[in-house]
Design a protein around this ligand. Structure first.
Ligand SMILES: C[S@@+](CC[C@H](N)C(=O)[O-])C[C@H]1O[C@@H](n2cnc3c(N)ncnc32)[C@H](O)[C@@H]1O
Length: 245
């Protein structure tokens, strides 16, 4: 089982209670407007929570995601929406875009350095010169010491008349970099009892600002802004970088 596979419907229900997507939209669309970008590719578009706002506000929007199940939900909600199945490490759009957006700490699935590099290389190839990439990441400096020897954590959500529960455990995995293992079990309340829906175990990467600056420079991007931003479970930063070549 995986959160973006068999549990995609649970993601769709729970995450819109964790994350205020309207606020997310305002935050990211303000950045795109500041750089005068009206068309965007969202990588890791998930179940289309942000897509709904971007398309309703006249942005020319395309979503890209690795998971068929996530895309299926997004496409059902927005039959006219443009969603492509693809891998951020290697993708080719028909036409270059003005901006690429990656939110919800989606780059934390790029555990290998070669995957991070390949992703920025692909983004570069699919962006106009002068185009921008804007992405968030979990801040290793603050989060890794916080996890320390392991943290149990629970998240509850009520959506559409249903109650959900996630019991998680975070533990450090330091073989390759500043990673952690996120083991989660998902439950739904039925007849006043918590019924297990499934489990998801992922290796999640955190980053330092410096290492991302290196990957960006290697792929001909110039950092324009670094913005501290709290997410529902993590300290994060958002980087905005411009393609210079
Ligand atoms: C944490 S979710 C964020 C979804 C959405 N941005 C949001 O905030 O609700 C991460 C998403 O990235 C997608 N993803 C993971 N690895 C990917 C890859 N290599 N290429 C494209 N999408 C990927 C997952 O399928 C999932 O939909």
């Amino acid at each position: 089982m995986s959160l973006y596979g068999d549990l995609a419907k649970v993601y769709e229900a729970m995450y819109q209670t964790f994350i205020n997507y309207k606020e997310e939209y305002i935050f990211y669309s303000d950045i795109l407007k500041k750089y005068k970008k009206n068309n965007l590719l969202e990588i890791g578009s998930g179940t289309g929570h942000l897509a709904e706002y971007f398309t309703a506000n006249d942005f020319e929007y395309t979503g890209l995601d690795l998971s068929e199940e996530m895309i299926e939900i997004a496409q059902l909600k927005m039959p006219q929406g443009k969603f492509l199945k693809g891998d951020m490490r290697q993708f080719k759009l028909e036409k270059q875009v003005e901006s690429v957006l990656i939110t919800g700490r989606t780059i934390s699935y790029l555990v290998k350095n070669s995957d991070v590099n390949a992703t920025f290389e692909s983004i570069n190839q699919n962006l106009n010169t002068g185009g921008i990439v804007c992405f968030d990441f979990i801040d290793a400096r603050e989060f890794i010491p916080f996890i320390g020897k392991g943290q149990p954590i629970t998240h509850e959500a009520a959506f559409d008349g249903m109650e959900y529960l996630r019991k998680s455990h975070w533990s450090l995995v330091l073989e390759n970099g500043m990673d952690f293992k996120w083991e989660s079990t998902y439950f739904k309340k039925t007849d006043n009892k918590w019924i297990e829906l499934g489990q998801d175990n992922s290796i999640v990467r955190t980053f330092t600002i410096n290492e991302l600056e290196i990957f960006l420079e290697l792929n001909q991007f110039k950092v324009k802004e670094i913005i501290a931003k709290k997410a529902y479970a993590f300290p994060t930063y958002v980087i905005v970088a411009e393609k210079i070549n």
